[in-house]
Write a protein that binds this ligand. Structure first.
Ligand code: FAD
Length: 420
């Protein structure tokens, strides 16, 4: 159930901007795990476009079409599918299941509830003064309609974040004809790496790497990855070979290994694993070569607004002195959040405060068991209440991109049907 934008498209695929590209090849994005080419077939793509990176808006149309098809064929399969555009404000437990309280509508009783709410809204950044946050100098939601179109072409811009959202922001500004200087900062200052134009098949996983994966040994995995990448013609073929093993590797790691991974390797994992389309990388390179775009490893210490400009205090990595920067616009590009303990998402906060849901041990999302069933504050199963989507990172780690999501969705659907 969605309450903003079009059904099925969500934040990711609701963007109308043509430069917002998928970061997975078209031929791998079908919604059915048994037919990965479904999206490329639906678009009628031939090679090389099937191996290319289509616009996210096209994927949104595809998802809408798949939902429309499911609605049209539901009755023939004895399924009653009703789509309601409204916000669920509460999910209360009753003797026989749940009652979902829905804004502006009658409540809905259900024996089973699947929460597929996407990630949580981004947390406020504590380094920013309330005056800056409230000012037109600050753009908290760069994907919101027209948000970047208001930025003057010669404005100086600071982007907080250097990941996939940053790439979208920088390229949208460029396509808007932006001429002003753009600085982007993050702890490591590492932007996403590019895909290659031509896909290359994943290499077989070496015995050494497989053993290390099976033991959940982060240090050995890293060692084996480095040596495999040195021998490979392209490191991407080594990283891509890990995909079928990542979730089970994560499961085998104990809590302290997962913490070590998150502390030391997370950024490196993200930039190697979640890559951007080559054409977008070329544009970022052009912006960097011309000096228009600068990416720095830097932390935001404080930020205020003064005389119509944002004034920032930054600490560049390895330096103790603060650097000051004055820009016209500050754009938040830190991506979505998953901190169940701190979130202000109304439904999740309510469920958390009532003890019905809890954060997983690493604060990556919600705690569930192996059947997608929510675990409450005491670690007890909340029978009939399920979660699906990016909030399951604590359990699966890789669960944000379509290939993993579609498999999880099919597995959960299968479980729900079998339990009937
Ligand atoms: C900008 C962006 C780009 C991405 N690009 C790619 C890509 O190229 N390739 C790829 O494989 N993956 C990509 N992803 C990742 C992935 O595909 C998405 O995270 C995926 O869309 C998640 O789907 P979802 O249905 O779980 O959540 P969402 O699409 O976020 O949908 C959640 C829905 O739940 C609704 N909701 C939330 N709370 C309530 C409530 N209380 N009541 C009613 N409705 C509620 C929301 O309104 C929303 O409609 C991208 C993600 C983002 C954010």
């Amino acid at each position: 159930m969605g309450h903003d934008g079009d059904f099925a498209r969500g934040v990711a695929y609701g963007t109308p901007r043509l430069e917002h590209c998928l970061n997975v090849r078209a031929r791998d994005l079908g919604i059915d795990p048994a037919q990965p080419a479904g999206f490329a077939d639906w678009l009628g793509l031939q090679s090389p476009a099937r191996e290319g990176f289509q616009q996210r808006a096209h994927y949104g149309y595809y998802l809408c079409a798949m939902l429309a098809e499911a609605e049209a064929t539901a009755a023939a399969r004895s399924v009653a599918l009703q789509v309601i555009r409204a916000a669920v404000e509460a999910v209360d437990r009753t003797a026989s299941g749940f009652v979902c309280r829905v804004a502006g509508r009658d409540s809905i009783a259900a024996t089973r509830v699947v929460m597929a709410m996407g990630a949580l809204p981004p947390q406020p950044l504590s380094a920013l003064s309330p005056a800056l946050v409230a000012s037109p100098n600050y753009i908290a939601a760069p994907f919101a309609d027209g948000a970047l179109d208001q930025v003057a072409r010669d404005a100086e811009v600071l982007v907080i974040g250097t990941g996939l959202t940053f790439a979208d922001v920088a390229i949208s500004l460029r396509r808007n004809g932006h001429r002003g200087r753009i600085e982007a900062i993050s702890r490591h200052g590492l932007p996403p790496l590019p895909h290659t134009v031509e896909p290359a098949a994943p290499l077989p996983v070496s015995t050494e790497l497989l053993d290390a994966l099976q033991e959940g040994d982060v240090r050995r995995v890293l060692h084996a990855l480095r040596s495999a990448s040195r021998q490979a013609d392209d490191w991407r073929r080594v990283i891509d070979a890990l995909r079928p093993h990542t979730q089970s590797f994560w499961q085998r790691m104990d809590g302290s290994a997962r913490r070590r991974f998150l502390r030391h390797l997370r950024t490196y994992w993200e930039i190697h694993r979640h890559r951007i389309a080559p054409v977008l990388n070329d544009e970022l390179d052009a912006m960097r070569s011309s000096g228009q775009l600068v990416i720095r490893a830097s932390r935001l210490i404080g930020a205020d607004v003064d005389d119509g400009r944002a004034r920032l205090a930054l600490r560049d990595r390895g330096l103790s002195d603060l650097r000051t920067l004055s820009v016209d616009r500050v754009v938040r590009a830190i991506g979505l959040d998953s901190d169940v303990e701190r979130t202000a998402h109304p439904l999740v906060a309510r469920l958390r405060d009532a003890g019905v849901v809890r954060s997983d041990a690493l604060g990556l999302g919600m705690d569930i068991d192996e059947d997608f069933v929510v675990l409450d504050r005491n670690g007890e199963r909340v029978t009939g209440l399920y979660v699906l989507g990016p909030l399951l990172r604590g359990r699966w780690w890789e669960i944000t991109a379509v290939p993993e999501l579609r498999r999880a969705a099919a597995e959960l659907a299968d479980r729900l049907v079998r339990q009937e």
